[in-house]
Design a protein around this ligand. Structure first.
Ligand SMILES: Cc1cc2nc3c(=O)[nH]c(=O)nc-3n(C[C@H](O)[C@H](O)[C@H](O)COP(=O)(O)OP(=O)(O)OC[C@H]3O[C@@H](n4cnc5c(N)ncnc54)[C@H](O)[C@@H]3O)c2cc1C
Length: 221
């Protein structure tokens, strides 16, 4: 058994956009925050990496708007939806609260947010897996985590589960809740030297027959 630490007002599990943003806001209100992330950043993450124009005001409030702009994002002024038969409709980004959406990898965006959290005084532990909540008298009092081969316990009056789809703490608390298996799978690749419409996000819909073909290709690969 490792050490127990009691130095924090809030513990946040997971340093995705939700966890890091909450950490920044709380630290700027002078709360002592511990943010625990199982990966070491920057790290890739499955995502379309489309950042809607309305995110700009959140980035400004978090103090990361310039850092995001300096990270050389793609500027996306429209989204084009293609039907299986090739018909298309174009939606300007300006309909969603700003001139352009951003295309920025999650490796970059999440890292900018995490480093900003550190800058604001948040204590960050990377490469540590939260294993379960610490429970005392029916109340969550913190977390247990594994860091290398060491097990640590951290206590705080408030714990936030920001582990995304993993919902690690929430699932431990609802051990009998049915686990919903995802019906779909997703892949992501970054391609170089492709030809797409400039400044556009393109979204393609496929017929069931085309999707079957794609699944067969993947299954046979
Ligand atoms: C295929 C796909 C495409 C998408 N495309 C877009 C898009 O284009 N634009 C958009 O805005 N949204 C998109 N989304 C949605 C977006 O990815 C999520 O809304 C977003 O990631 C949620 O952020 P989060 O901080 O809640 O969780 P996450 O980003 O999932 O972050 C959770 C963090 O918790 C960490 N963690 C998990 N378990 C533990 C543990 N036990 N201990 C410690 N840390 C842990 C993880 O490593 C992770 O860093 C897409 C989602 C998918 C699946």
């Amino acid at each position: 058994m490792g050490h127990t630490h009691n130095n924090f007002d809030v513990i946040i599990a997971g340093a995705g956009p939700a966890g890091s943003s909450a950490a920044i806001h709380l630290a700027r209100k002078d709360f002592r925050v511990l943010l625990v992330e199982q990966k070491k950043f920057p790290r890739p993450k499955l995502c379309g990496e489309f950042i809607s124009p309305e995110c700009r005001r959140h980035f400004e409030a978090l103090g990361v708007a310039d850092a995001m702009t300096d990270s050389d994002p793609a500027s996306i002024t429209e989204t084009v939806f293609y039907s299986p038969r090739g018909h298309h409709v174009t939606i300007p980004s300006s309909w969603f609260g700003g001139p352009a959406a951003l295309g920025l990898s999650r490796a970059v965006m999440d890292n900018v947010l995490l480093r900003r959290a550190q800058e604001c005084g948040v204590t960050v532990i990377e490469g540590a897996t939260i294993t379960e909540p610490l429970i005392d008298k029916n109340t969550v009092r913190g977390v247990k985590l594994k860091l290398n081969n060491d097990e640590q316990q951290h206590r705080a009056p408030l714990t936030i589960d920001a582990t995304g789809r993993a919902r690690i703490l929430t699932r431990k608390l609802n051990a009998h809740a049915p686990v919903k298996k995802a019906k779909l799978i997703a892949f992501k690749v970054h391609l170089r030297n492709t030809r797409v419409a400039p400044n556009a996000c393109e979204i393609y819909f496929y017929s069931d027959a085309e999707l079957d073909n794609i699944y067969n290709i993947i299954a046979g690969a």
